[in-house]
Write a protein that binds this ligand. Structure first.
Ligand code: EPZ
Length: 427
C-alpha cells in the first residue's frame, strides 16, 4: 500500500482544473447497459472507481475503450452475470447495474453491498421501488436476485429519504417500462440531472429534472448515448478548501459554481473572498481588520440533500474550521458514521469534540496544526486529512491513500501545480 508524504505550511497559489464527476460517471456508465450499440461518454475521469465499474461491465459482456477522457462503450452484447460480493464490497455503486439490467434483460443478480466506513448503506429503497414496477426481489446468501416477467410496468415510487443512487436506479428501470412511473421525493443532485439529460438524449421521456418529482413515460427502445459527464463539484470544493486553508489564493476552473453554491456561501460567511466566473471560482484570503488576528471566522454547517450543504464536503470543511478564529458546529444528517476523520485531525492538533450527530470545532488560528502520521479511512475523510496536512506546520504521512485514488484524479500532480510539496511512497 502507498502513503502520501506532505510538507505542510506552504500557501497554495494558482489554477486547478476539475475533472469529470465520479458520482455522475458511475450511473452514466451503468445507463449504457440499457441499449445495444456504441455509446460515447466525454469527460469521464480516470479513477479507481471508474476503472472498477468498467471491469464490472466487462464481466457483463460489454467492451470499452478510452481515448483521453472519452470512453466508448459497446453494449451490443450484455449477458447474465452477477456483480460479485468481492467487487461490490469495494464499490457499492455497483448496485447501479440493477436498474438497467432489469430493463434490458428482466433479471439481475447483485451482491448486497454491505456497510462501509461511513454507515450501513442499505439499498431497501432501491428494492422497494423495483417491486412497485413489478420486479420480484429475492434476498439470499447475501445476494439480490431480481426478476420481472416481460417488461416492467409503470408505477408510483416514494423515497422516504431522497436517495441519490436510488433515484438513479429507478430512473434507469423506468425508462423502458410499460406505462408512466412517478418518483416522489426524488434526489435533486446535479449528478441525477446529468443522468436525466443522458437518458432523454437516448430517447427517454423524463420530466421534472432538478425537482423532487420525476415523471417517466416508458418507451419501447432507446438509441446509444453521446454525452458528457458534468464537472466534479466535490473535487472542486475540495481544492477550493485546500487553497483557502493553506492561506493561499487561486482558482478552480472547468467547474459549475451553481453545483456547490452552498459551500461558496459558507466560505463567504467565514470571510473568504469568493468570485464566481462562468466555469470557474476564485478564492482570496479574508481582509484582515486592524487589530484583528489573521485568518478567517467560523461557520456552522449541517449536511442535507441537494441543494443543502453536501455530506461529501463535510470532512473537508471541518479541516478548514480547525484553523478558524472561532467555534463552529458541524452536523452530519445523511450518514450515521461520517466523523472517522475527527480522530485523525486531532492527531494533527485539531480541537474537536463529537456530540452525537454534531461536532464542535474550536478553531485555534491559522498556525494551529502540526504535521503527523495519520490514516485515511474513507474517500472524503482522506481528502480532509490532505487539506489539514497541507496547512499544518511540518511533515505529515497519510497512509491507505487508495481511498483517495477512488475519487481524485491526478491528485499529486494537481496539488504540486498549486505549489504543494507532496509525494507518494510505498508503506
Ligand atoms: C450517493 O450515495 C453518493 N455516491 C455518495 O457519495 C453521497 O455521499 C450520497 O449519495 C449522499 O449525497 C454515489 O453517487 C456513487 P443515498 P448513495 O442513497 O446513493 C439512506 C462519495 O464519497 N438510504 O443518497 O448511496 C442511506 O443510508 C460517496 O463520493 C437508505 O436507508 O446515498 C443514507 O443515510 C459517499 N436506504 C441516506 O439514505 C436506501 O435504499 C442517503 O443515501 C438508500 C439510502
Amino acid at each position: 500500500m502507498e502513503k502520501l508524504l506532505v510538507e505542510g505550511g506552504k500557501a497554495l497559489y494558482g489554477d486547478v482544473a476539475v475533472s469529470g464527476a465520479k458520482n455522475a460517471a458511475l450511473p452514466l456508465l451503468a445507463a449504457t447497459l440499457l441499449t445495444p450499440g456504441r455509446h460515447v461518454l466525454g469527460n469521464v475521469p480516470d479513477l479507481r472507481d471508474t476503472r472498477t465499474f468498467l471491469r464490472l461491465m466487462e464481466d457483463l459482456g460489454v467492451t470499452h475503450e478510452r481515448q483521453g477522457d472519452t470512453v466508448t462503450i459497446d453494449a451490443t452484447e450484455v449477458r447474465d452475470a452477477e456483480a460479485s460480493y468481492d467487487l461490490v464490497k469495494t464499490m457499492r455503486a455497483s448496485v447501479l447495474v440493477l436498474g438497467p439490467l432489469l430493463a434490458r434483460r428482466g433479471r439481475a443478480r447483485v451482491s448486497l453491498p454491505g456497510g462501509c466506513a461511513i454507515g450501513a448503506r442499505p439499498i431497501n429503497f432501491h428494492l422497494a421501488g423495483f417491486e412497485k414496477l413489478g420486479v420480484a426481489c429475492r434476498l439470499e446468501h447475501g445476494y439480490v436476485d431480481a426478476e420481472v416477467p416481460g417488461r416492467m410496468r409503470g408505477g408510483c415510487v416514494y423515497f422516504d429519504i431522497p436517495s441519490v443512487t436510488g433515484t438513479e436506479n429507478l430512473l434507469m428501470a423506468a425508462v423502458l417500462a410499460d406505462g408512466v412511473t412517478i418518483i416522489k421525493n426524488a434526489a435533486r443532485e446535479p449528478e441525477v440531472g446529468n443522468l436525466i439529460d443522458m437518458l432523454n438524449g437516448m430517447g427517454a421521456q423524463i420530466r421534472g429534472k432538478d425537482s423532487d418529482r420525476l415523471t417517466i413515460t416508458g418507451v419501447k427502445s432507446l438509441r446509444p448515448a453521446n454525452c458528457r459527464i458534468i464537472p466534479d463539484r466535490i473535487e472542486a470544493g475540495t481544492y477550493l478548501l485546500a487553497i483557502a486553508a493553506s492561506g493561499g489564493e487561486g482558482r478552480v476552473t472547468n467547474c459549475q459554481p451553481a453545483h456547490f453554491a452552498s459551500l461558496l456561501a459558507k466560505m463567504r460567511q467565514a470571510g473568504f473572498g469568493i468570485q464566481e466566473g462562468g466555469d470557474c471560482v476564485a478564492v482570496r484570503q479574508p481582509l484582515v481588520n486592524a487589530g484583528a488576528p489573521p485568518g478567517w471566522g467560523a461557520a456552522d454547517i449541517k449536511t442535507l440533500p441537494f441543494p443543502g450543504y453536501p455530506t461529501d464536503l463535510q470532512a473537508q470543511f471541518m479541516a478548514l474550521m480547525t484553523l478558524s478564529n472561532g467555534i463552529s458546529v458541524i452536523t452530519e444528517t445523511i450518514f450515521e458514521n461520517r466523523f472517522m476523520h475527527v480522530a485523525e485531525l486531532q492527531r494533527l492538533g485539531a480541537d474537536i469534540r463529537i456530540d452525537g450527530r454534531s461536532c464542535v470545532v474550536r478553531g485555534q488560528g491559522v498556525k494551529a496544526l502540526t504535521g503527523a502520521k495519520v490514516m485515511a479511512t474513507d474517500l472524503r475523510a482522506s481528502s480532509s486529512l490532505v487539506i489539514a496536512a497541507l496547512a499544518a506546520r511540518g511533515r505529515s504521512e497519510i497512509s491507505r491513500i487508495y481511498h483517495l485514488e477512488r475519487g481524485y484524479e491526478r491528485l499529486v500532480e494537481k496539488l504540486t501545480a498549486l505549489g504543494a510539496t507532496v509525494g507518494k511512497e510505498n508503506e
